[in-house]
Design a protein around this ligand. Structure first.
Ligand SMILES: [Zn+2]
Length: 110
């Protein structure tokens, strides 16, 4: 075997080993990185789930606004502070409970 072929073989083997190690290193680091990312995402999901479960106590959505605000009376309907019935801003008293509604622009509520 000529010495030139032997050196060429060693060089090719070295280059192959280096490239192989680089690919292996890239694969391993990529796998570690993606698994860390997946673990982070899982932790964030668990945290969000726990936070969401601890936040609302199951009230079941919005407490107001179920009557529908645009059924012909215009968009100025307000809720009576006494009984919660819908009243118009022009109403002096609540038609449902009789509460006086005039002193609203005063700013002072009791
Ligand atoms: Zn009322």
């Amino acid at each position: 075997m000529p010495i030139g072929d032997f050196i060429a073989l060693i060089v090719v083997w070295l280059i192959g080993t280096i490239v192989g190690l680089a690919i292996l290193h890239w694969l391993v680091s990529n796998a570690i990185h993606s698994s860390e990312l997946a673990r982070d995402i899982r932790e964030i999901k668990e945290l969000l789930k726990r936070q969401y479960a601890a936040g609302p106590d199951g009230t079941g959505g919005e407490p107001s606004g179920d009557e529908g605000e645009a059924d012909g009376t215009g968009g100025d309907a307000e809720a009576c502070p006494g009984c919660g019935a819908r009243v118009r801003p022009t109403d002096e008293v609540c038609p449902s409970c009789g509460l006086t509604l005039i002193a609203q622009d005063d700013g002072e509520k009791e």
